[in-house]
Write a protein that binds this ligand. Structure first.
Ligand SMILES: Nc1nc2c(ncn2[C@@H]2O[C@H](COP(=O)(O)OP(=O)(O)OP(=O)(O)O)[C@@H](O)[C@H]2O)c(=O)[nH]1
Ligand SMILES: Nc1nc2c(ncn2[C@@H]2O[C@H](COP(=O)(O)OP(=O)(O)OP(=O)(O)O)[C@@H](O)[C@H]2O)c(=O)[nH]1
Ligand SMILES: [Mg+2]
Ligand SMILES: [Mg+2]
Lengths: 279, 302
């Protein structure tokens, strides 16, 4: 793949293997090697530890650049967070975790059952709301998601909640009508609450390969993403595709999911993530 | 197959060319990159490409127009065509012999669905029920995911949509529930039972043991690993571990209605040698196809 005469063949192969098996992808792997080649001396490029630490540093800086520092809840009331993403990635479960986190911080939370399509989606979210002690709003099954989330926001204003977490149905980014449905949701919440949605979080499954770049690109173009949540990092997959996403789209990683219970949510940290890639 | 000793010069005179390491070098590199971008596991890419390269080198192919209708095809294009053939053969080889993706048994056939979280097991359980109904069979679904909020409700809703019974016993361990379900099937004239299990990590020893218990007590005729088409490099590790513990009858790849290349299918097939049985092509219960290698092969190759 990457042809660097300065890096010994077996070391290059070893480093490429680490990056590729972590799902960084061919393009990002080559970019990283290209940039460290410029940073290091000929001697350094032949030393395994130095080369690896340099790449780790480069990964950290790509992620840190997109990260733009620590995330804080927008200073509006209610702050509306819209969760989007393809099917089965962990949107509903992540809302449950965020609801628990914000409630523990003393905030009043309302979760909106914006997935009116999938079997038992509203029931699943309701259980999470109960666990977190959050308010819950759902419409009739099959009802237009934009209407349900609109009504949920109206209720949020009446109740004086601090945060609205809006769940949406999983959808593949290639389905134009479903992406249009999300655009409508975004337009509609903006009418009921000024500046809403204040956050649009794309949930990405940590086991995903290169398709995650395509997902991020399409959802970003359609809605303007303000953050990414990477789930299922408690498994063996490394989630390296977020390096490609950060480099290409500059959307910050906000949280990481590390399990299936309410406590299994961590703030994203570029340094920790970069270290884990090579750990 | 013409002998490998066919000289390049002689070949040129007859409008043919011998494939050499040099004239297919660019194509080999392009295929490697394409397969990696398709999420095929790096060692599988190496094994596959090396194998195809060995097969290709020395082949004599038509590269000149023969005056009438043969299109001029470069050595590179020939190499790609050989890759497509090899990929199809690898993905689907032995399955052509198996006319039926499901192994049936009298009086009751069992199917066990396993896999990581969120891959589509519950939805695919519904799809298989729909497929079986069309095949004049009488499925019974078992809601053995006792952990995920509303998992049982989810399967019950799908059962209602199809008019298929869903079995669940609150407070009972999955391995016992599945065994009871088989008894229930026999007593009520149902001839296929599908166990929907909870998503789990391959490294979760306790939950993997639960699957072994279900298998031990109910001896399923079919164990399908449900894999997401967008899975990356790690899919191989998961599949190998599930296969080591259970082992698998085959796998079902879901969410192929998107633009994920599905390279994990090649990796899993290469490493476990187990066949791909079905493809999930959408969210509704009619979107299940019996696996055919051609479409997936060209999708992975790109
Ligand atoms: N191990 C692990 N599992 C997770 C994590 N986050 C979510 N899950 C599991 O992934 C599965 C799918 O989660 P959901 O929250 O239903 O995903 P979703 O995106 O809302 O799915 P759809 O609404 O159907 O598109 C469930 O089994 C969750 O328990 C995580 O961080 N780690
Ligand atoms: N587009 C598409 N979506 C699918 C397909 N198969 C399943 N889904 C969706 O993927 C999501 C997850 O499906 P589930 O059936 O809940 O997955 P699961 O494996 O049972 O999840 P857990 O039980 O939590 O491990 C749902 O939104 C399904 O509608 C498919 O072939 N195409
Ligand atoms: Mg959901
Ligand atoms: Mg399920």
């Amino acid at each position: 793949l990457f042809v660097a005469k300065e890096i010994p063949a077996d070391l290059l192969q070893q480093v490429e293997a680490i990056l590729l098996t972590s799902d960084l992808g061919v393009k990002t792997t080559n970019r990283l090697l290209e940039s460290v080649k410029d940073q290091l001396s000929k001697k350094e490029l032949r030393d395994q530890q130095t080369l690896i630490r340099a790449i780790e540093g480069e990964v950290r800086s790509v992620l840190a650049q997109a990260h733009q520092g620590e995330w804080h809840l927008p200073e509006v009331k209610p702050a509306v967070i819209l969760m989007v993403g393809v099917n089965g990635v962990g949107k509903t479960t992540t809302i449950g975790k965020l609801a628990a986190k914000f409630s523990a911080e003393g905030k009043k939370v309302l979760v909106a059952a914006g997935d009116t399509f999938r079997a038992a989606a509203a029931d699943q979210l309701k259980i999470w709301a109960e666990r977190a002690g959050a308010e819950y709003y759902a419409g009739a099954a099959g009802k237009d998601p934009a209407s349900v989330i609109f009504e949920a926001c109206e209720k949020a204003k009446v109740l004086g909640v601090d945060i609205v977490l809006a769940d949406t149905a999983g959808r593949l980014h290639t389905k134009t009508n479903l992406m249009d449905e999300l655009k409508k949701v975004k337009r509609v919440v903006g009418k009921v609450i000024e500046g809403a949605p204040h956050e649009v979080f794309l949930v990405v499954d940590g086991t995903t390969g290169q398709n995650a770049v395509s997902q991020a690109r399409e959802f970003h173009e359609a809605l303007g993403l303000t953050g990414i949540v990477l789930t299922k990092l408690d498994g063996t997959a490394k989630g390296g595709v977020i390096v490609a996403i950060a480099a290409e789209l500059n959307v910050p990683m906000r949280f990481v999911g590390v399990g299936e219970t309410a406590d299994d949510l961590r703030r994203f940290d570029p340094k920790t993530f970069a270290k884990a890639l090579f750990g | 197959i013409v002998s490998k000793g066919f000289s390049a010069a002689k070949a040129k005179l007859t409008g043919k060319t011998e494939l050499t390491a040099e004239n297919i070098e660019d194509a080999v590199r392009d295929v490697r990159v394409s397969l990696l971008e398709a999420d095929v596991e790096i060692n599988v890419v190496k094994t596959f490409v090396d194998r195809v390269k060995d097969k290709a080198i020395g082949k004599v192919v038509a590269t000149e127009v023969d005056g009438k209708k043969k299109l001029k095809a470069s050595p590179e294009e020939h190499f790609i065509a050989i890759c497509q053939e090899e990929l199809e053969a690898l993905l689907g080889a032995q399955d052509a012999k198996e006319a039926q993706p499901i192994t049936f048994r009298r009086p009751v056939t069992t199917i066990m669905m396993v896999g990581l979280q969120g891959t589509g097991k519950t939805t695919t359980t519904g799809k298989l029920a729909s497929y079986l109904l069309k095949d004049k069979r009488k499925p019974l679904l078992v809601a053995a995911d006792i952990y995920r909020p509303a998992a049982v409700d989810q399967l019950k809703v799908l059962g209602e949509q199809l008019g298929v019974p869903v079995f669940h016993e609150p407070g009972v361990k999955p391995e016992d529930m599945c065994a009871h379900a088989l008894r229930k099937a026999r007593d009520s004239g149902r001839d296929v039972v599908i166990f929907d299990t909870a998503g789990r990590l391959a490294i979760d020893d306790e939950l993997m043991h639960e699957l072994e218990q279900i298998k031990e007590k109910s001896k399923p005729d079919n164990i399908f690993l449900v894999v997401d088409a967008m899975s990356g490099q790690d899919a191989v590790r998961t599949a190998a571990e599930f296969n080591r513990r259970l082992p698998l009858s085959g796998f079902i790849m879901t969410k192929l209605d998107g633009d994920a290349r599905g390279g994990a299918a090649l990796s899993i097939r290469e490493v476990t040698k187990k066949p791909i049985k079905f493809l999930g092509m959408g969210e509704t219960l009619d979107k299940l196809e019996v696996f055919r290698p051609e479409g997936l092969a060209s999708r992975i190759l790109g």
